[in-house]
Design a protein around this ligand. Structure first.
Ligand SMILES: *[C@@H]1O[C@H](CO)[C@@H](O)[C@H](O)[C@H]1NC(C)=O
Ligand SMILES: *[C@@H]1O[C@H](CO)[C@@H](O)[C@H](O)[C@H]1NC(C)=O
Ligand SMILES: *[C@@H]1O[C@H](CO)[C@@H](O)[C@H](O)[C@H]1NC(C)=O
Ligand SMILES: *[C@@H]1O[C@H](CO)[C@@H](O)[C@H](O)[C@H]1NC(C)=O
Ligand SMILES: [Zn+2]
Length: 494
């Protein structure tokens, strides 16, 4: 995890202020002492069930198909453990560490990851292909102190539809306490061998010729340079964005620090999803339009996150997805950011609670408190069953996305005249309507977090619904012949 270093000026206080106001107790209250919730009557007239729905039906989660159920069952915690232990065995995987040793450093780790993907490719009947791509990063005056080759290892499962790609990524570089120390051990089991193990395990399982090929392609990536400034992910995102034609990445999943619940609910994974895209991606005219219609909570990243909840919270994953409406945790950032900056929807999975003694810390035992405390990002602190469940959440998402018809484009809502009804219209997904069986309009009250209602409107590109656009948020999604739905897209004034 790349952290932003903040230099905080320390103000000196001339006048003594009573301790209590400057240093409040670190725990203000426990849950039991929080005042009881306001009486129910305050909320009795809540408008949460308004407007009443006279059309459509409840939007239900999408249950995993037979292939997907088999794929998720094949995800093996022992394989994940073996990957993490192997990656840790390289001592350090710091981006600036040696690239010539066969047993230590980031070069050896890169070659092992490539060889491991190649093993899956060899067993895949030609479905999976592996590439190591990269460039030489010049010294940046910050965390790269000498010219360094940054390499990304990417295994791509080629789908039947050439027009769409989904990307899953973890970073294989590591760090310890001093971000420039490229010689000391930096095992990086949780941060982020866990995320790399998710990419590898899903590549292994999904490329098995026992399963049908997905429609869209899936790239399983392991990138470097994250801790030094997101360099590997930046290179990968830009490689896709600068291809001719530009690669249509319809979703990117970043797994970074997914190694353990650390005492929190082991059936929860956090999912960070950004709001407003940067102005370089969505210009001020479009942003104004978005703000005017209250569309700030319906960015492509947020609707990708809603999709994850619909397809990945079930008994086949054994997980609940806690969406957080933020780019990332405070003072942190990650490999989904360069994808967002390239205009691709991208989200980040992270364990529900972090132990900061077990990331970005030199391996050591601190005896100063009297009780020995083990520091360091060691495999002993990983919960391989938990990581396997996180892999299943990612697997359910990727397989559902890759078998969907993709997202409709240019989704608009008619705002020419005032009216009690709403007219929506849209264009087919990139690559056409070959895989579309029908479109579905989804909606929810503006204050609801997830799509609550849906109506099947058939294979049309325009529909008028007896529901006022002033009261709900509308999205449109495509559904395949096999019943796989795609990500819903917010309708903009057209
Ligand atoms: C802003 O972006 C939209 C596409 O979203 C484009 O049609 C429009 O021309 C852009 N406006 C400016 C001023 O660049
Ligand atoms: C989370 O998911 C598990 C397994 O699907 C389920 O048993 C549990 O009740 C869920 N917990 C919460 C808080 O939703
Ligand atoms: C801390 O204590 C452990 C035994 O509990 C010992 O092995 C270790 O050397 C001690 N470390 C230091 C830095 O004193
Ligand atoms: C909207 O509904 C009101 C009340 O039923 C009705 O009087 C009005 O004609 C409707 N407006 C349009 C444009 O249909
Ligand atoms: Zn990380």
């Amino acid at each position: 995890m790349w952290s932003i270093v903040l230099i905080v000026a320390q103000a000196t206080l001339a006048v003594a202020i009573p301790l209590t106001s400057r240093n409040p107790a670190s725990i203000l209250y426990d849950r039991a002492s929080i005042p009881a919730a306001a009486p129910a009557s305050v909320f009795a007239c809540s408008a949460s069930n308004w407007p009443p729905n006279t059309i459509g039906k409840a939007n239900e989660p999408q249950q995993p198909s037979e292939d997907l159920t088999a794929i998720l069952a094949a995800v093996d915690p022992k394989r994940i453990q073996a990957t993490i232990e192997k990656l840790v065995s390289f001592g350090t995987r710091h981006t600036l560490s040696t690239q010539t040793s066969k047993t230590r450093g980031i070069g050896a780790a890169r070659d092992w990851i490539h060889a491991e993907y190649q093993r899956y490719a060899d067993a895949s009947d030609g479905r999976l292909s592996v590439k190591t791509i990269g460039y030489v990063q010049k010294p940046d005056g910050n965390r790269v102190t000498f010219a360094t080759r940054i390499s990304d290892v990417v295994a791509t499962l080629k789908g039947t539809d050439e027009n769409r790609l989904y990307v899953i990524s973890g970073h294989y570089d590591t760090r310890n306490t001093n971000v420039l120390d490229y010689e000391g051990d930096a095992p990086g089991a949780d941060d982020d061998a866990s995320g790399v193990a998710v990419s590898l395990e899903l590549a292994r399982v999904m490329s098995n010729p026992a399963y049908p090929l997905p429609k869209a392609s899936i790239a399983f990536a392991a990138v470097a340079g994250e801790e030094q400034g997101l360099y590997g992910s930046q290179f990968l995102a830009q490689t896709y964005a600068n291809s001719t034609p530009r690669v249509n990445v319809e979703g990117m999943l970043n797994n970074d620090i997914v190694g353990s619940p650390n005492g929190a609910d082991p059936h929860v994974i956090r999912l960070f999803a950004q709001g407003l895209p940067p102005l370089t991606v969505e210009n001020s005219t479009k942003r104004e339009s978005r703000l005017q219609i209250g569309g700030e909570n319906d960015t492509p990243a947020r609707n990708l996150a809603r999709f994850v909840k619909e397809v990945a919270e079930n008994s086949a994953t054994g997980m609940n997805v806690s969406v957080i409406y933020r780019l990332d945790r405070f003072l942190r950032s990650g490999d989904h950011r360069p994808f967002l900056e390239a205009g691709y929807p991208a989200i980040r999975f992270t364990e529900p609670r972090e132990n900061f003694a077990h990331q970005h810390q030199n391996v050591r035992v601190d005896n100063s408190t009297g009780t020995p405390v083990q520091y360091g990002d060691l495999p002993q602190f990983c919960d391989f069953g938990f990581i396997a469940r996180v892999a299943r959440v990612n697997g359910a998402t990727l397989w559902s996305l890759a078998n969907s018809p993709g997202a409709p484009t240019n989704v608009r809502i008619d705002t020419e005249a005032l009216g009690n009804e709403s007219t929506l219209y849209w264009d087919p997904p990139v690559g056409g309507e070959g895989n579309v069986d029908a479109y579905e309009v989804v909606w929810r009250a503006t204050a609801a977090p997830a799509w609550t209602d849906v109506i099947d409107v058939g294979l049309v590109n325009r529909v008028t619904l007896d529901l006022s656009k002033d009261n709900v948020v509308f999205g449109v999604r495509a559904r395949s012949k096999e019943g796989h739905r795609g990500v819903a897209v917010l309708s903009f004034p057209g």
